[in-house]
Design a protein around this ligand. Structure first.
Ligand SMILES: [Ca+2]
Ligand SMILES: [Ca+2]
Length: 362
């Protein structure tokens, strides 16, 4: 796979849309060397909610010498536009390139420092600072990648130079971009994943390596707790759903909501739908109870603007659960976690034969 071109069939006509395109390069071992990815992001320059396609990821992969171990991912994607001008200049705010910044001289502070991030771009040619008061704001240009929050669409590089580190078993021990530290049990399964914001996940497994419980804690307080009992899931000690091969039954007070999944030939859930009015028929009266899932090549999802069904179906790509607590956004393959924005497993692959599927038939 070197190119993935996105198009749509309208009627009988196929038209290229280029909204979710990807390009790939590999080394001789088949490891990804470069990955360019288009995506939709909200437009900031108009009031109504509207989306535009941009390059969200332009990833360069670095591997340990002579090995297939990923040590670093650098995102060269341009900084997203920030066309909403700030009320006043303040520290720690990132401004975009190609943007005229007007400073309210009644609010600007002397010696304030602005940071501009613009890879491969001459910042000062396009920056205008007007109306400043006693001292011009100090503008510092960084040649590195844009700082990205955990919540940006696609891969988020939150460290300019950070390296992935691994333990002796080949398991990822630190992710510099997600800022996560991993701890493993004797089965090489992560039992603790610690974030940078006093938050962590704690996992409990059975003797066969199957996940029994996951807790999400913030400031040592349990925020969510999920118990897995071979297809039956409890949220915070309350029965939430019972899974079956084609979907799940969701407990809703004294009733059940029946949810079904349409999968493609690879086992990816493409449509989630429900019998909303519980008449045992799926028809137009159930409108608004459908969610469509589309994927990039390695399993990252296109931005999903209509995923409103609650509780959300998190078993989508390959039918594996997406871990969303702490914004980890990794898929739980049982013996390994998988980051679809990178397209690489983050743990030792030698336990794949112990893979345990949470979607077992009851
Ligand atoms: Ca990115
Ligand atoms: Ca119905």
């Amino acid at each position: 796979m070197t190119d993935a071109i996105h198009g749509e069939i309208v009627g009988t006509t196929y038209s290229v849309k280029n909204e979710y395109n990807e390009k790939f390069q590999y080394d001789v071992r088949g490891n990804i060397l470069k990955l360019d990815r288009q995506g939709l992001v909200p437009r900031q320059d108009i009031a109504e909610l509207c989306y535009k396609p941009i390059t969200i990821d332009s990833l360069q992969y670095v591997y340990a010498t002579g090995a297939n171990k990923l040590t670093k991912v650098v995102d060269h994607a341009p900084c997203p536009d920030m066309t909403q001008l700030p009320q006043y200049i303040d520290c720690d705010i990132t401004y975009a390139v190609n943007q005229e910044i007007w400073v309210d001289k009644t609010k600007v502070h002397c010696g304030v420092q602005m940071s501009l991030y613009a890879p491969n771009t001459k910042i000062f040619d396009s920056l205008i600072i007007a109306g400043q008061s006693c001292t011009a704001p100090l503008v510092t240009a960084y040649p590195g990648p844009c700082p990205q929050t955990k919540y940006t669409e696609g891969f988020n590089q939150q460290s300019a130079s950070g390296l992935y580190t691994y333990d002796n078993g080949g398991n990822l021990s630190y992710d510099p971009n997600k800022k996560l530290t991993f701890y493993y049990n004797y089965h090489n399964l992560p039992y603790r994943i610690v974030g940078a914001e006093n938050d962590e996940l704690q996992m409990l497994y059975g003797a066969d390596g199957s996940l029994l419980q996951r807790k999400y804690l913030k400031n040592n307080i349990i925020i969510t707790k999920t118990d897995y009992l071979r297809g039956v899931e409890y949220k915070s000690d309350t029965l939430e759903s019972v899974h079956h091969p084609d979907g799940r039954a969701i407990k809703s007070w004294s009733d059940w909501i029946y949810e079904y999944w349409i999968k493609d030939h690879l086992g990816n859930v493409r449509v989630t739908y429900r019998d909303k009015n519980a008449d045992n028929i799926i028809d137009f009266s159930d409108q608004g109870s459908t969610s469509v899932h589309n994927y990039y090549t390695f399993g990252m999802e296109w931005i999903n603007l209509a995923d409103t069904l609650q509780p959300r179906n998190l078993y989508r790509y390959n039918g594996k659960e997406m871990i969303e607590e702490m914004d980890i956004k990794m898929l739980d393959y049982g013996a390994r976690y998988y980051d679809p924005s990178v397209g690489r497993c983050r743990y030792s692959q030698n336990l794949c034969h112990t893979q345990h599927d949470q979607l077992e038939v009851l």
